[in-house]
Design a protein around this ligand. Structure first.
Ligand code: HEC
Ligand code: HEC
Length: 424
């Protein structure tokens, strides 16, 4: 310093070092792979996803409560816009409490599989599940279609995007209440069985279209521009001021995340998810019944009429087909759940498929303890080598990782995307 000063050279202050030097080359390229968000995938998307009228209709449907058995439940009951489209509850609760935690929906269109067990392979097919789920809406397929067709503005909005609905006014052919997913032997299940194959197909097509409208809306729930994204941009451009704006603890956490702590083996890419399923060795909680997870999801998605190779898919050939054709044997997936996207994770407590952890610190405590944390009964099946991959972490390291996760919160969405539109 004194020498530099004597030579009349301005020494760079230590805080002006370029952060690129903090990371090993492998860590740096891993960091760059996590940001920015890429264009939305279209592999299994419906053909109306770019249609703004479809998105508006979908947004209207998202907030619509009439489809539920008690007229009080909509998608937004559990996917609350102010809570990053999650609900801050341990498990989702509509007509009754369910079994699993409600995921947030920001950036959801980047997922490859939907639900914790991946039992849907597209966003539009996913949206059809809650309406007929007895614990969520408790609704039924035909009643949903009738409600759309009978409401003049809704019907008009539907027709503009998809053309005329089937002749639902013909009560002989299209009963008021009917669903293949109602309890076996129930009046709605019997009414569905009594419909002709052609009428069931027409009803399914309209039902799938409602899902495709909801998908078009959900594809707009993209944020980005988190403190982490701004940091990566500053790293790439060599912007020192931008690099200094990022907290030191988050930098240490990031280095661990892509390096020694091995988190990015699974939480990889701009969504912080490999789109795959893992059994990370969570112990079975007292009073909790075992959840088969992906093992059951594989069978359901294969059998679904609404999967990517089914009659209502708009791309039955492409990658959706490969995705469904190369699935592992279900029994190898017992107790496996989808790697969750970690963007906005600070906003979506509680955590894990069963909402068992109230805070990010509690999640990190689980990872930090490694195998010790999962001693005792596993949820199910053989855990993978996950907890051998993640090394034991000190509490300082766990805190740094938490500080890093807290920088993944994206920019707020505009109000016109987070509120119920006045009309469809
Ligand atoms: C009663 C609460 C509740 C309602 C109502 C509800 N959801 Fe969900 N949602 C959940 C829960 C819980 C899960 C996870 C369930 C599982 O994995 O088995 C979920 C999962 C999802 C997912 C998958 C996210 C992912 O990353 O895999 C999407 C998308 C979604 N819901 C959208 C919707 C839409 C659209 C509606 C309305 C048609 C809706 N939800 C209604 C609670 C609810
Ligand atoms: C082998 C794959 C794998 C590795 C390695 C891994 N995770 Fe996970 N992570 C998962 C899966 C799968 C879940 C969901 C498990 C469940 O609910 O049963 C999860 C859940 C989480 C959650 C809860 C998110 C939510 O929305 O509920 C956080 C936070 C998290 N991981 C952070 C980390 C961190 C930090 C590391 C590194 C220390 C890490 N993970 C390492 C696969 C992995």
């Amino acid at each position: 310093m004194a020498f530099a000063a004597a030579m009349g050279v301005q020494a760079a202050p230590p805080h002006d070092l370029d952060d690129n030097g903090l990371y090993a080359p492998g860590e740096l390229s891993a960091i760059y792979r996590h940001s920015p968000l890429k264009p939305l995938p279209t592999v299994t998307a419906g053909r109306v996803t770019e249609d703004t009228r479809a998105a508006r209709l979908g947004q209207y449907l998202f907030f619509e409560r009439r489809f539920s058995a008690n007229g009080a439940v909509s998608c937004a009951t559990c996917h609350v816009p102010e809570k990053a489209f999650a609900d801050a509850r341990r498990v989702g609760t509509g007509l009754a409490a369910g079994e699993r935690n409600t995921p947030g929906l920001l950036n959801v269109a980047f997922e490859r599989w939907y639900f914790w067990d991946g039992r849907a392979d597209s966003l539009w097919a996913q949206a059809l599940g809650p309406i007929e789920n007895a614990k969520e809406f408790g609704g039924d397929r035909l009643n949903t279609l009738h409600l759309v067709a009978e409401d003049a503005p809704l019907r008009r909005a539907y027709e503009l995007v998809f053309g005329p609905p089937p002749p639902l006014g013909d009560a002989e052919r299209f009963p008021r209440h009917a669903s293949p997913d109602s309890a076996p032997g129930s009046p709605a299940a019997r009414a569905w069985s009594a419909m002709s194959l052609a009428d069931r197909d027409a009803a399914n097509r309209m039902y799938a279209n409602l899902g495709k409208a909801i998908e078009a809306y959900e594809r707009k729930l993209v944020d980005g521009d988190s403190a982490f994204d701004r940091y990566v941009a500053a790293l790439k451009s060599g912007d020192r001021a931008g690099q200094r704006a990022y907290p030191a603890a988050a930098k240490r956490g990031l280095k661990l995340f892509v390096g020694a702590a091995q988190c990015e083996l699974c939480h990889s890419g701009p969504s912080f998810s490999d789109g795959e399923f893992h059994n990370i060795g969570l112990p079975l909680l007292a009073g909790e019944s075992a959840d088969n997870g992906r093992a059951a999801g594989i069978d359901i998605v294969r059998a679904s009429d609404f999967n990517g190779i089914g009659p209502y898919s708009d791309h039955p050939e492409g990658r959706a087909k490969d995705q469904l054709s190369y699935l592992p044997p279900p029994e190898s997936q017992l107790g496996s759940f989808k790697t969750p996207n970690l963007r906005n994770v600070a906003l979506t407590a509680p955590y894990m498929h069963d909402g068992r952890f109230d805070t990010l610190s509690a999640v990190l405590d689980f990872y930090a303890k490694g195998r010790e944390a999962s001693r005792g009964q596993m949820l199910l099946g053989e855990r993978e080598a996950t907890l051998d991959l993640v090394p034991r972490l000190s509490s300082d390291q766990a805190d740094d990782l938490t500080a890093f996760l807290n920088t993944l919160t994206g920019r707020a969405l505009p109000a016109e995307l987070t509120t119920a539109p006045g009309e469809p």
